[in-house]
Design a protein around this ligand. Structure first.
Ligand code: ADP
Length: 213
């Protein structure tokens, strides 16, 4: 029902506008057409988000897990984000030992990290910092993404992983839902700690392969 709601809202706005044009109450000019075009783009964007979420939900069936060496993997992602961060004046740091590995599907893992990094960048003001830190224990590996950004209020915090839940303007409210689906497909978990006005920390933990002998 929330998918229907997400689609119905922009559709209803478009329908009203087109009806107004047909009835001669709204003039058919370029500005109106540009606004209608933006609405169709938004609908397309929502549908793409829903498709991405369905793929994430199905991904437990097609995971290609391998032992990923996290240092080069995370430095690669850091490199891809470097320009976006420096353009906004936000520092991006990465702390990961040479020997740290994670047993994960690399494509899915990069989607998870990218979703978390994009959120962190969006929430952080110029002069702030985002830090990626990775490590492992005997049984699992973790990646933590911490930011000095806007933080999440305690009213919003319990719901941020729910689909279409937005605590701020813009976005579809699907990035964290997709990240959680992908982490859970690996048998892992995702946790968040946040203080409103001070920043947030998201941690994903994924168990290591169990070796039976
Ligand atoms: P979206 O794709 O719209 O960003 P998400 O599911 O990724 O949606 O996030 C849900 C909500 O959680 C966002 O609307 C945002 O307000 C909040 N949020 C997520 N990550 C952070 C963060 N690092 N700092 C502050 N708020 C965040």
């Amino acid at each position: 029902s929330n998918i229907a709601h997400e689609l119905r809202t922009p559709l209803t706005a478009m329908q009203g506008e087109i009806e107004g044009m047909l009835d001669g109450l709204i003039s058919i000019d370029r500005e109106r057409l540009v606004s209608l075009h933006e609405e169709t783009n938004r609908l397309k964007h929502i549908i793409e988000g829903i498709e991405e979420l369905s793929r994430a939900q199905a991904s437990a069936l097609e995971l290609h897990r391998k032992t990923v060496s996290l240092r080069p993997f995370l430095l690669g992602i850091q490199g891809r984000f470097e320009k976006m961060f420096s353009d906004k004046g936000v520092a991006l740091e990465c702390e990961c030992g040479e020997a740290v590995t994670m047993d994960a599907d690399p494509d899915k893992l990069s989607q998870i990290v990218i979703n978390l990094l994009s959120n962190a960048l969006k929430a952080t003001q110029r002069g702030g910092a985002v830090r990626i830190k990775a490590g492992m224990t005997e049984v699992d590996s973790f990646i933590e993404i911490t930011d000095t950004g806007a933080g999440i209020s305690s009213e919003d915090l319990p719901f941020v992983f729910e689909r279409f839940y937005r605590a701020s303007e813009g976005g579809l409210g699907l990035g964290l839902t997709i990240a959680r689906e992908l982490v859970e497909a690996h048998g892992g978990r995702i946790q968040v700690k946040s203080e409103y006005g001070r920043g947030s920390a998201f941690v994903i933990t994924i168990p290591k392969f169990t070796i039976y002998s």
